[in-house]
Design a protein around this ligand. Structure first.
Ligand code: UT7
Length: 324
């Protein structure tokens, strides 16, 4: 039917940044953060935990589960907005770490929707090239792109990576269909500059450096509506009833966004995997981290229908159905 996931892996940095730690850094409180976001802790990279290193560790765990070795990998795709270099891509660093000599490698930038957009790319690649094996990774060190003096953003973000190994199988499982969107007109509600330009004629005005800037309330409102629309369209197009969904795997941004989405859709809360309380918002890494946790906890059974959805900067958003 489509590209199937043969193995999952994740890697979370050791260091924990709690709400109480943040109380000492900005004017906030554990109570405010918990009630407005559902987040208690997030993990922050230390030495040896660059984006590509987290990505590589997650990839190794996924390859081990899939019993696939690095020299069998044909393509490495990393969804990220926080690689330590703009060029080469994070995926090329991962390729080098793994010594995955025959693979070609590139990054996807779709912010928090990066993994979902990458999943669609990989599914289409594998349908065209059955027999190939792909490593798809979402990895972020958003701590390197967060202004820890801005209480609107610094309470939200965390670091981590998740990975999957994929292959085309002529079986009734795998990626079923995707419904993806972008709206570049809304870029200025959630964005991040790069390094200052070397060419003064094309310097961005008011470039404060490469950290995340966000109009949280606007993002919140748009995210709920957009994801609901993408999900409803997809289910209708695929003639799937919400009751047939075994587990919803949403991007982990804020528990209130998830609760609103869940109540608007009318899906049973028990069917929604949530770990935002532990890791905060890890952008492109959140969905593959959830996938790995759900998989290792035994919550994914053969033939389960997974509903994956995301929303992020761009704006970018969408929904995908995966038959496990
Ligand atoms: O992955 C996709 C990208 N991002 C998101 O999905 C984030 C979406 N947005 C959100 O999660 C929420 O909008 C936030 C958690 C960022 C903010 O929650 P909110 O309920 O929308 O709060 P708000 O921005 O409307 O601010 C309410 C009040 C303001 O004070 P005033 O103007 O009412 O006096 C803020 O200044 O809360 C204040 N505030 C804080 N207070 C304590 C903002 N941040 C904090 C803070 N601690 N950390």
């Amino acid at each position: 039917m489509g590209a199937v996931i043969l193995g999952t892996g994740s890697c979370i940095p050791e260091r924990v940044l709690s709400n109480h730690d943040l109380e000492k850094m900005v004017e906030t409180s554990d109570e405010w953060i918990l009630s407005r976001t559902g987040i208690s802790t997030r993990h922050i990279s230390g030495k040896g935990e660059q984006t590509y290193q987290l990505a590589t560790n997650a990839a190794r765990r996924a390859m081990e589960m899939a019993a696939v070795s690095a020299d069998e990998i044909d393509l490495i795709v990393v969804a990220t907005i926080s690689s330590h270099m703009l060029m080469p891509s994070c995926a090329c660093f991962v390729q080098n770490e793994l010594a995955a000599k025959k693979a070609f490698a590139y990054d996807v930038n779709a912010a928090c929707s990066g993994f979902l957009f990458g999943l669609d790319n990989v599914d289409k690649y594998l349908r065209a090239e059955p027999g190939k094996k792909v490593l798809l990774i979402g990895a972020e060190t958003l701590s390197s792109r967060t202004n820890y003096q801005d209480r609107n953003t610094c309470i939200l973000f965390g670091d981590g990576a998740g990975a999957v190994v994929m292959e085309y199988r002529n079986e009734d499982r795998g990626v079923v269909a995707s419904n993806l969107f972008s709206d570049g007109a809304l870029w200025n509600l959630l964005y991040m500059h790069t390094a200052p330009s070397c060419n003064p004629d094309i310097e961005q005005p008011d470039n404060p450096g490469a950290h995340i800037l966000m109009e949280g309330r606007e993002v919140f409102k748009y995210a709920v509506k957009a994801m609901e629309g993408a999900i409803r369209d997809l289910l209708e197009r695929e003639q799937v009833d919400l009751g047939e969904v075994s587990l919803m795997i949403p991007h982990q941004a804020n528990i209130r966004i998830l609760n609103k989405l869940v109540s608007r859709l009318g899906i049973n809360k028990e069917k929604v995997f949530v770990n935002v309380q532990k890791y905060g918002n890890t952008s492109a890494a959140s969905i593959p981290i959830v996938l790995d946790e759900a998989n290792r906890e035994g919550r994914l059974k053969p033939n389960d229908l997974l509903l994956v959805c995301s929303f992020g900067g761009g704006f970018t958003w969408g929904a995908t159905l995966v038959k496990w």
